[in-house]
Design a protein around this ligand. Structure first.
Ligand code: UDP
Length: 329
């Protein structure tokens, strides 16, 4: 099969591109390289540089390449930033996605894999988070992803449109061989920031809130390895052969770790003490998010290979310590 990977030069997208090749399918990458990195994708993979929201650009790619499935990873994904710049999030994550879906409709492509998020649940009514819980996002990032989930449902009511939506918990780690990994500018996510503080690339790490009602007062999150996330996408391909497929699946390890525990894991991997500062809570942060991924297991046979935070962080450390300047190295 031929898969258009929108955002294929980004963090999760680039790991998925590799697995598409390993699974014997053909990826075609579409990325505007604003945040993606050309070097994150093998030169042998067909690459189109352009915007997902540009229908005049996307539609011919879909048609000329005879694309079977579109995977969409190209989104902004920082909770704090989304609170400060909501329009940026709605324009990119929602409006541009509508254009992508419209280009697909014009080109007659009806299979879609969408990257959603646990942030669509807001402050969950119960933990771990099962798919049936009400979704009530508390930040524009989560809302933008929920908006697209609803659009996908509407489309599937109107026509033969099949999709799998994965609600990622906290994507983490890097390729085991250390060749590709996370490289964001600016970096806003906890593990790479902690690594930068361990290596001295930044002076310290700020902990956003130590007064949550959690065991150590810091937020709990479910850190899931990027290659485990990618494997769920490959497993979904055959489901999309069936008309009527609409999947909404949570992808996490099910294990919550606090910000302080993440810092300890990075200290262990790096052998360095991380200088920390206690800061105020970050707007838009729920106290605890962790997954019940039973449905993904039952539906796709999906199971995480990386169950331990230390192992996930070790892969991140391998990538960052060998690529202090990310893909510029
Ligand atoms: N966090 C923190 N300091 C930072 C970055 C993140 O304390 O410099 C916290 C953040 O408040 C959240 C957790 O780490 O509780 C994970 O944040 P991240 O931005 O990595 O992912 P999110 O859960 O927001 O998607």
């Amino acid at each position: 099969m031929k898969i258009l990977v929108v955002g294929g030069a980004g963090y999760i997208g680039s790991h998925c591109v590799r697995q598409i090749v390993e699974a014997g399918h053909e990826p075609v990458v579409l990325d505007n390289l604003v945040f993606g990195h050309r070097k994150a994708v093998e030169p042998s993979v067909l690459f189109y540089e352009g915007d997902l929201g540009d229908e005049a650009f996307v539609r011919p790619v879909l048609e000329n390449e005879s694309i079977d499935i579109v995977m969409h990873f190209a989104a902004y994904a920082s909770v704090g930033e989304s609170v400060k710049e909501p329009l940026k999030y709605y324009l990119n994550n929602v409006a541009a996605t509508i254009h992508l879906l419209n280009a697909m409709k014009q080109a007659g492509v009806n299979k879609f894999i969408f990257s959603s998020t646990c942030a669509t649940f807001g402050v969950p009514q119960s933990l771990p988070i099962v798919e049936t819980l009400p979704q009530a996002p508390i930040n524009p990032y989560g809302q933008s992803k929920l908006d697209v989930e609803l659009i996908l449902k509407s489309l599937a009511c109107a026509e033969d449109f099949r999709f799998a939506t994965f609600r990622y918990f906290n994507a983490a780690g890097a390729a085991e061989d250390g060749s590709i990994g996370e490289d964001h500018t600016p970096e806003l996510h906890l593990i790479p920031i902690a690594i930068d503080a361990a290596t001295g690339k930044r002076d310290s790490l700020k902990i956003f809130g130590t007064d949550y009602e959690t065991p150590d007062g810091t937020c709990l999150r479910d850190y899931v390895h990027v290659d485990d996330l990618a494997r769920a996408h490959i497993a979904a391909f055959e489901k999309l052969d069936q008309p009527g497929t609409q999947l909404f699946l949570n992808l996490g390890t099910g294990k919550p770790y606090s910000v302080k525990e993440v810092i300890q894991a990075v200290e262990k991997a790096s052998g360095q003490k991380i200088p920390i500062e206690i800061d105020l809570r970050r707007a838009g942060d729920p106290p605890a998010l962790y997954a019940d991924s039973t449905l993904a297991k039952e539906t796709l046979g999906w199971e995480v290979k990386f169950t331990e935070l230390d192992d996930i962080v070790a892969t991140a450390w391998k990538w960052h310590s060998t690529h202090p300047n990310g893909f510029e190295d």
